[in-house]
Design a protein around this ligand. Structure first.
Ligand code: AMP
Length: 403
């Protein structure tokens, strides 16, 4: 019987999933068999799924509707049964946004852990409740499988107190008000690929720029995370699709005290209406902005590049130098102009861009003489979750984490 793992990434109204099979040999990557998503749960739901071999493709708006996460997983289960009849899952790996101060590694979910993660809801109110709804639904849908929590904060748990602390009275740090950092599964995935494909880069001082709809940067020293642009929440740091990134906290006071916005309205403004969307007034989507000749679209892209370049300078100070800048995620992997814009701003630090290689989408696009290597590396958070889950249920099939 093949060892199968399902990965789940449950959001407020969506569940993304992927099915993996353990590969032969401890060094081999798990093999992706299928992936898909349920969108608009509770609304006009839509189910999309595709097997890796192209079979079993489905794209439907089910007539019966999908009212909640449990119903979404029942739909996933029914589809899996169709494309892999009789298959049984060894594990379900869950993306959990917040592991708090204590969880530095994936963990098997039991009642005690679930209660622990519930206590972290106030630290990530927009994500954690949905992640946990996905866990509960999976416990019901796949009772035979081991449920494994994979935390987006875990990769950053080694940060020093200096990098974690805000300049607030100490008691807030003790109460958990710290910089945690997110996108950890993506950074771990990129670090593992660097270790495999560019071990000399992995060993050095590296900034990884995860530039997607959510965007952040992490400073890695020898593959370990030492600092991140994301802090207490996934709002901090870079300009994102709809999130504001770093902002003077005095603006929030002004919005509350002078504009009399309530906290829900402020949260919606900062999470949903800002970033590329808010600045351009056009779209949160980099492709749409890049195709527009509206000056407001250009301004939003310029701001995205400016804040990213400045953040890279900041993290280079933490690393006390920089050997490589690595781009990943939707924008990082696909937008040559954004990569070029950021790299050019770092020319004074010794980054020499190979314009032609970058435009051609080459994996390495710095000049041979460049002091800072410029790379793009695809991220695969789902494969990382699958590796973690397999390491728990079938340790012989998977190599130790690349760190
Ligand atoms: P992600 O959240 O990683 O899926 O990334 C989504 C972002 O990547 C969106 O802003 C997309 O517009 C952007 N993106 C994807 N493909 C391209 C492309 N070819 N050029 C520019 N941006 C892209």
């Amino acid at each position: 019987m093949p060892t199968l793992v399902l990965t789940l990434n449950a959001g407020s109204s969506s569940v993304k999933f992927a099915l993996f099979e353990a590969a032969d040999g401890a060094e081999a990557e798990p093999v992706r068999l299928a992936s898909g998503q349920v969108e608009a749960i509770g609304g006009t739901a839509r189910f999309q799924a595709r097997a890796a071999d192209g079979g079993g493709a489905t794209d439907t708006a089910p007539e019966e509707g999908i009212p909640d996460h449990a119903a979404a997983l029942a739909r996933v289960l029914a589809w899996l049964e169709k494309v892999r009849p009789g298959a049984s899952l060894a594990a379900v790996g869950h993306r959990i946004v917040h592991g708090g101060p204590d969880h530095a590694a994936p963990a098997v979910i039991d009642d005690a852990l679930l209660a622990d993660l519930e206590r972290l809801v106030p630290l990530a109110p927009l994500h954690q409740p949905h992640n946990l709804a996905g866990v509960r639904a999976a416990l019901g849908a796949f009772p035979e499988a081991v449920q494994v929590a994979c935390f987006d904060t875990a990769f950053h748990r080694g940060h020093s107190a200096l990098q974690q602390a805000f300049a607030l009275p100490r008691r807030f740090f003790d109460a958990g008000v710290r910089r945690y950092g997110f996108h950890g599964l993506s950074y771990e995935s990129v670090a593992a690929r660097l270790q495999r494909d560019h071990p000399e880069v992995h060993a050095g001082r590296v900034i990884v720029a995860h530039l997607g709809n959510g965007a952040s940067m992490a400073a890695l020293a020898g593959g370990r995370s030492v600092a991140s642009t994301m802090g207490f929440t996934a709002l901090d740091g870079l300009v994102m699709g709809t999130r504001c990134g770093t902002i003077d906290p005095g603006v929030l006071l002004y919005l509350a005290q002078v504009e009399k916005l309530g906290w829900d309205a402020i949260a919606e403004l900062l999470y949903e209406q800002s970033g590329l969307l808010g600045v351009s007034g056009i779209s949160n989507d980099m492709r749409t902005l890049a195709a527009s000749d509206d000056p407001a679209a250009r301004f939003a892209i310029d701001m995205f590049i400016d804040r990213a370049a400045r953040a890279a300078g900041d993290l280079a100070v933490v690393l006390e130098g920089l050997d490589a800048l690595v781009f990943t995620a939707g924008i990082g992997e696909n937008s040559a102009p954004v990569r070029a814009g950021i790299a050019r701003r770092l020319a004074f630090l010794g980054a020499e861009l190979d314009e032609a290689a970058n435009a051609a989408g080459a994996a390495v696009f710095s000049m041979p003489s460049s002091r800072i290597r410029l790379l793009k590396v695809p991220t695969d958070e789902e494969a990382m979750i699958a590796r973690h889950a397999l390491r728990v249920v079938a340790p012989g099939t998977i190599a130790a984490a690349a760190r």
